[in-house]
Design a binder for this molecule. Sequence first.
Ligand code: F6R
Ligand code: MN
Length: 196
Amino acid sequence: MLNLIHPSDLSVTHGLDSARIGTRPLVQRRLADLRGCFADVPAYEAALARDNPLIYAVTAVEPAAGDGQLHYGLGVLYPGRVGDEYHLTKGHHHAHRPAAEVYVGLAGAGAMLLEDEATGESRLVPLARNTVVYVPGHTAHRTINTGAEPLVYLGIYPANAGHDYAVVGQRNFRQVVVDRGGLPTLVERAVLSLRP
Ligand code: F6R
Ligand code: MN
């Protein structure tokens, strides 16, 4: 197997200021790409009318496909808010629902919003430097930057996990993470009051 892995996939070097890994393709999500993600639509449209900043970037490393193999992504989620809601990733299920994932926090401070697909139960768990988060299978997951610095992390997942953005794209997450008096607070989207 070792001879089937490209040598450049055996060890990579990266920084903490961008998600770039050499010349690998970088997926960049700007504010315009996140239409429908934020709860406060007027705040989103107003922000987009001003600018279209980079919200996050990810480089995926996919050394090998097949049973037992792993892929991983290096993500950088930049700080900021839209209305009271912190910058976030689109969020997704894995196309192969049983696939779990391990997130390793490298820099910055934030959280993972987890939502069980069967029960709708939500958990907000810290993701920061020196923090490891386990995302079980069958769980929608979204990364949130609640700090003032870029949140840098690795997500390591089975090679056959895949991404399914459709469910989150249609229904969004049930819960929203907003700044309430300087504290990240989990609020039910259905009862969210945008102007406290
Ligand atoms: C892979 C994974 C991460 C995310 C990244 C961007 O399964 O969970 O690498 O892909 O944090 O988030 P999304 O994919 O939701 O835009
Ligand atoms: Mn994932």
